[in-house]
Ligand binder design. Sequence first.
Ligand code: HEM
Length: 145
Amino acid sequence: MNKHVLIALMLLLCSCVQMQSSSTKVAVAPTLFERIGGLPVLNIVVSETIDQSVNDPKIKRSFDGIKLSTLKQSVVDQLCVLTGGSCVYEGETMQNSHRDLKITTAEFELFVEAFRTSLNKHVGEREKNELLKILAPMKRDIVTN
Ligand code: HEM
């Protein structure tokens, strides 16, 4: 093999290695779930939102007799799935689980306000807005009064 062919082969090999290493570095955009800080942050936000709601005389009536630890876990699972986390939500649809509660627009808004207050403390502005955007369309299934 002459010198020039050898150099050409080496250059080819080099560029192949480069291509391979650059292709393994393709950045995958983090999910919303990852950006908010995963389950630890979701657990705090859901817990604060529900605790605030249960202590607010204007919306607490819906939570009478409800096992809060189970409800919190269910909401966390649901938000985990909706934000791209690898959880499993085994609960009811929003329509079925809220049908009998006869929730009003005012109650829904107070709940979302509690959620927003907690998000302000624990996630970034962009993540907060993305989460609120996920909740907004649920209003039509939750508010039945
Ligand atoms: C976008 C806002 C809301 C979301 C994402 C949400 C999410 C959920 C989820 C995932 C469940 C569990 C369903 C299951 O396990 O089968 C649930 C149940 C429940 N939600 Fe909501 N909810 C919202 C708004 C509200 C509001 C505004 C109230 C009351 C003011 C409320 C009160 C309840 C109660 C009391 C239950 C338990 C029902 C039962 O076990 O019979 N939720 N919600």
